[in-house]
Design a protein around this ligand. Sequence first.
Ligand code: DQA
Length: 139
Amino acid sequence: MKIAIINGPNLNLTGIREPDTYGNTGFDTYIPQLRSEFPEHEIVYFQSNVEGEIINVLHEAGFSSDGIILNAGAYTHTSVAIGDAVKAIKAPVIEVHMSNVWAREEFRQRSFVSPAARGVIAGFGLGSYRLALLSLFST
Ligand code: DQA
């Protein structure tokens, strides 16, 4: 399968940023680990801090991938436009979060992505992405 992992704002600083919440490992380390664990699948990785760039990549990957793993970061809780993009595309989208957003501030408990997502995985650190991949491989 061809899977796109799309990360939103501040996730480029994972491993450095708020390590008590998001851990000590960044995506530069983690994405190669996923690729070597699942060599039979193509894992495409994209990160942007810019809302419109995330939407453009959703439009592209949404018609050329078998599935999308989306962590829109804080845009999850604010972006009607990203929610609309998820509704507009064909590929199934798994919403992921490293932290358990429901155990945090109330503003993190609203998602514009969830209504159009196939499912939501949160709270397993970087392992949330691995679980999302497994869910796409098994459905
Ligand atoms: C996050 C949770 C969001 O609330 C936050 O804004 C992030 C990361 C997570 O992966 O836990 O940037 O999406």
